[in-house]
Design a protein around this ligand. Sequence first.
Ligand code: SF4
Length: 378
Amino acid sequence: MSLSAYVHIPFCTHKCEFCDFAAFAGLSHLETEYCQIVCQEIDQRDTSDILSRKLDSVFYGGGTPGLITISNLSLIHNRLLEKFGTNENCEVNLETTPHAITSEKVKGWIDLGINRLSIGVESFQDDELKAIGRDHTRKQAYDGIATALENGVENISLDLMYGLPTQSLDSWKNSLNQLFELSAAHPQIKHFSSYGLHLANNSPLYSKFPKDSSHYPGDQSHEEMFLLLLETAREAGFQHYEVSNFCKPGHQSRHNLSYWNNSEYLAYGVSAHRYLGGVRSSNWRSIAAYMKDYLGCETSEKIDRETRMKEAIMLGLRLRKGLDLVDFETCFGVSLLDKFEEPIERLTEGGFVEIENDFLRITDRGVLVSNSIIAELF
Ligand code: SF4
């Protein structure tokens, strides 16, 4: 069974106006102490049952892990290596904003063993970046990508968002064109993620552009944006392997696949979520609480059979290859087709799902309403 580790680094230069993550600006003075505490958490969290297993992937997410010093990142990474070790070809991913990338940092990351960089570009349009409260420009995105490439990063993933205020179908097409031109010129860009904007009720963006604001693309434009994304990604040689993720053949995010395959994973840092021994648990979102009591401030839930079945359905259907019906029956002793005969028949007739080679998968048309489809099978 594969084993992954997620480490949450919550520091950012600026809080983007749409962001609902445990990410904090203005707290960089806590960086060294925070990283030392993460090391203590790695040391002290009980993982005695899995110490014989090595890591297949490590993901530094945030926040902006690209911001912290190489020495602080090394502290954490070396602690993970000492405790668990890694399997050959372990994927070690670091998330960063483009303007946090410098030559010195990239060299340090590569020396440390970071072998995949995930860069939050979000849009190649300055007015859209401004509208969602990013603190970088299109030029800084290009510069950051160029610095990563010049200094030898071999595996890059870019993040783009759609459904943004001020965004139009044309501007989205333009951003996609820029992405695919970059990936054609630089085969190191092997992956991208593309998420529709999720507008959190408590976000500053919500106050600036309320849900009903005419600055957002309407439902029809949103659908057209998604279909354009699918069409142009395929033309550019990317496979759509998960609802929001695309890769060149063979370059799926190994770490994220471990989530979608419902494998076990470790997690450290404020707000980090883990799944081990049939228990999902998460550290609280308060950095003050985490730093004061990193083992005490967590919420946990034992995952019973019914919940495991629901999770298997939800995660399996997010993958574009679909849910393996034979595996599901072997695992739970229940045929999904029998259990949900009526909704599956209805969704198939509506063109939202299809069955192929014993996999139940959501169609392109269905992806846009995937949450509703999954809800029908709960
Ligand atoms: S850089 Fe990323 S994590 Fe940080 S505030 Fe912006 S969206 Fe959130």
